[in-house]
Design a binder for this molecule. Sequence first.
Ligand code: GLC
Length: 543
Amino acid sequence: MADNNADWWRTGVVYQVYVRSFADGNGDGTGDIAGLRQRLGYLSELGVDALWMNPWYASPLRDGGYDVADYRRIDERFGTTEEVEALIAEAHDLGIRIIADLVPNHTSSDHVWFQEALASEPGSAARDRYMFRKGKGENGELPPTNWTAVFGGSAWEPVGDGWWYLHLFDVSQPDLNWENEEVRAEFDSVFRFWLDRGVDGFRIDVAHGMIKDPAFPDVEKVGAILESETTEDHPFWDRDGVHEINRRWRAILNEYEDRMMVAEAWVAPHRLPLYLRSDEYHQSFNFDLLGAEWGAGEFTEVIGTAVTAAEEIGAASTWVLSNHDVMRHATRYGLAKGSAWRKWPVTGPVDALDVEVGQRRARAACLITMSLPGSTYVYQGEELGLPEVWDLPEDVLDDPTWERSGHAEKGRDGCRVPIPWTESGPSFGFGDAEPWLPQPEMFGSLSAQAQEGDSGSMLGLYRAAIAARKEHFVDDQSCEMLDLGADVLSYRRGAIQVVVNMGTSSIALPDGEVLLMSIAPDSTSAGPGQLAVDCAAWVIALS
Ligand code: GLC
């Protein structure tokens, strides 16, 4: 890398690439590394510092690649290891780092280890790599515990000989046994394999799930995938044993220069700092902002708490509004207060959705996350203002949640629809073939091409905000929360005051020069010197 900044992850803008839906370079309807390489210029122009690549490994894609069949091979639909090496080199030339996604809690049932386990006797070394347990009942006909899987149904699957294997997620995702030294050693080697190929870091999937209570007690409830577990001493979430694994990985990363790892750990807020000790993770996703209801009270609370916590433990905060697991925030913010958006509703938000409000708030949210201290994660397409596609026909649904929930929850496909690059054409420039998920007609008007050159567009705003962030918000990481009343979120970052109007009528802008406003002034109902409802501004205070 040209710039040698060991702490790049502390303040970076990390762009999440859901490779399957980003750009299709080989014309098979599925996004791939070739397509991504063709779009690196776009990402460089956007100004991002790093790409987090959702899993690219060989996989039957029963859970979008979080079911890994071979950790050292790229899925052939996505490309080859050589192409990934070329991608890393090209990205590095543009000053963009690459973060790989590693899935240690479970493998795919297609993984050679699991196939070997199925073909082996109970009690064998092959079975000990996974979580096999004898069933209850006379002949083992009942599951070993009452645990339910995150995607629905029992977390245990029988294999026909009175024994069952644990899968906290889909039935095709058997949990590994992290008490087994062979499993640990294998992952050490996988880490090194990708570090040697030049990846700059890892996003660790389900970082709080690897260790299970050996007593295998029954539980009250498992909890939805994206809800923090707050219960102490849960039999499989956030057990103390995971920290030993974290330290083992950190030691490996420390052998290399400037590498990082970020945890996807859904744990109670007071437990999160444990993951961020100096010999464990560099950072962890903070999902509190993502979960916050639009409103100054809640946003101020969440931001203030995270900023203070980061200062206290010397870690960098992370800000996330959307990812491949949740309803896109341009839609979420248009829903009525209190909507159950986490449940991926089967009917969609129907008439409760106000598209314009969602878009306005999504713009303001861009100016919030881009002006906060720490690093910011951008999920592909949010810079275009893409909404959740909640009306996908049932026959195209791919997320295991749909089947495992008995069709009660639609699942996460609505935020994974392929990106529109051009205003027209068969897949709006995504590729030459029919895309793996259909795009709605309105995607053309939100395409990168449609927004190119329009500084008042969402894309224009993201570009301007990222550029200004580099200039104003990176060197000085201090952040002072301001109290401007119950309807206003405000904080000071050095010379700049950030103001967000989360109330129901226009407010006066603070005195000073407006550096950026989340909506072009002429398209608001607010007069000069005013900030309209659901809008944000960065103001250089008069000194
Ligand atoms: C994480 C991923 C999600 C996946 C699950 C199981 O939560 O973000 O997409 O389904 O882990 O690997």
